[in-house]
Design a protein around this ligand. Structure first.
Ligand code: UDX
Length: 448
């Protein structure tokens, strides 16, 4: 079976490589000639555990190829996936220019039956637009070629993408013909080993499923963050509450961790886009609007706690909020939006760095992987440290934003010696309050 994946971003590269792993001949296509050249030389532009080796292995086996010219490889394919970016427009809706450009190229060059599958997260109705663009080009050329469109949203998580792809909980496929269903069933057959299911449905439902799934997960997180903030006020412990409610199988244990807000390329963008789709249809998604507001507030919560810790300790009369922070040194542990990735899109760290800099703080930052990415985004406004212990040198506070494994069991004695003030703010509730207290630290976390 020959397939092409257009777009070598996160989803495209992982999907293409994993399909090749099942024995399919995959051509990954991208208009970025430099990127394709780099990929051909084994230079993988994203950080994802296990991806480098898998790309190299499949390239060597001749199952994975790269091309910057869709037109020249198009008619060798049975299936063409479109996994190009859909960046948010100013108004929050997904910008479809790349998706429709791919459709145009297909329409201009197609001369055999194939299934054109959209894998990017796109609003309901996009497959119909893709179909129209392809058909218009075919009509313009005056040829008679049949094709099908389909929707196959991707649910993989960064940092766990290969495992998610190769052992998915489910695969959702929206189709409009039996022929497309048969072809896509065959492609996903190698995954059937783990009892996993391909759920076929109509195309609009498949398109909606992705938004609804991400919005539901974001809702769970914002709900727990809201509950966490209330726990603090009434003397409850959100981690106990999580354990208590998560054992109800109707609720389940996953995605109930309170923290300093969700980020990444999906949740913020998809929640915004779904709100916009509803607004465009004259309906207001009230729950999701609150989910978004709570998340924004949560990203600034640790800064509020920091301000409070400093102003509380300030006896001078007339000192206004935040003034006490001026000139203080703050250590940040974790810059990526979650562990095991260098991705900083919508990360709490970006919000925190801005708040700290605006308050006149000196920021000493450390992340196991995302330092270059951070430099690219905020330049030299922060001090990039060698390691987690270097970051706390002379610091008046330590703030943990991302729960990388290496941060979980620090040697507090060494940190106490290095820090100027023994203040720790834990945005992911990973430290042991007793241990910190014994080591002489003032400790604040979320929801207890
Ligand atoms: C998410 C979806 O999980 C995935 O199915 C979809 O395809 C893309 O979006 P991803 O953005 O890679 O994946 O990361 P995920 O692990 O879901 O985490 C998203 C954010 O939520 C992170 O900032 C994380 O810290 C936060 N989070 C997650 C919480 O705050 N609490 C939780 O309980 C879980």
């Amino acid at each position: 079976m020959n397939i092409a994946i257009v777009g070598t971003g996160y989803v495209g590269l992982v999907s293409g490589t994993c399909f090749a792993e099942t024995g399919v001949n995959v051509t990954c296509v991208d208009v970025d000639v430099d990127k394709i050249e780099r990929l051909r030389n084994g230079d993988i532009p994203i950080y994802e555990p296990g991806l480098d080796e898998m790309v190299l292995k499949n390239v060597k086996a001749g199952r994975l190829k790269f091309s910057s010219d869709l037109a020249s490889v198009l008619n060798e394919q049975e299936i063409v996936f479109s996994a190009v970016g859909t960046p948010p427009d100013e108004d929050g809706s997904a910008d479809l220019k790349y998706v429709l450009q791919v459709a145009r190229t297909i329409g201009e060059n197609i001369n055999r039956y194939m299934v054109v599958v959209t894998k990017s997260t796109v609003p309901v109705g996009t497959a119909a637009k893709v179909r129209k663009v392809i058909q218009d080009e075919i009509d313009r050329r005056g040829v008679d070629v049949k094709f099908d469109v389909a929707s196959n949203p991707e649910f993989l998580k960064e940092g766990n993408a290969i495992k998610d792809f190769l052992s998915p909980d489910r695969v959702v496929v929206g189709v409009e013909s039996e022929q497309a269903k048969k072809i896509l069933s065959r492609l996903y057959k190698p995954f059937l080993i783990n009892n996993f299911r391909v759920i076929f449905m109509d195309i609009p439902s498949a398109e909606m499923t992705k938004y609804a799934a991400n919005s539901m997960l974001a809702t769970r997180i914002s709900f727990m963050n809201d509950i966490a903030n209330l726990c603090e006020l009434v003397g409850a412990d959100v981690d106990m509450v999580r354990a208590g409610i998560g054992s109800d199988t109707r609720i389940g244990r996953k995605f109930l961790y309170a923290g300093c807000g969700y980020g990444g390329s999906c949740f913020p963008k998809d929640v915004k886009a779904l709100i916009k789709t509803a607004d465009d249809n004259g309906y207001s998604l009230e729950v999701l609007k609150a989910v978004e507001r709570i998340n924004e507030r949560q990203k600034g919560l640790l800064f509020e706690k920091l301000k409070k810790a400093f102003n509380d300790g300030c006896t001078e009369r007339g000192k206004t909020d935040g003034v006490a922070l001026h000139g203080k040194t703050v250590a940040l542990w974790g810059l990526s939006f979650k562990p095991e990735t260098d991705d900083m899109r919508e990360s709490t760290a970006l919000v925190m760095i801005k708040l700290l800099k605006d308050a006149g703080c000196i920021v000493r930052a450390y992340d196991p992987i995302a330092m270059d990415e951070c430099r690219r985004r905020v330049g030299d406004t922060v001090i990039y440290c060698r390691d987690m212990y270097d970051a706390v040198l002379g610091a008046d506070a330590l703030i943990l934003l991302t729960e990388w494994k290496e941060f979980r069991l620090p040697t507090w004695g060494v940190i106490a010696k290095a820090m100027n003030r023994h203040l720790v703010l834990d945005g992911r509730n990973i430290f042991d309050a007793e241990e910190l207290k014994d080591a002489g630290f003032e400790y604040h976390c979320i929801g207890k």
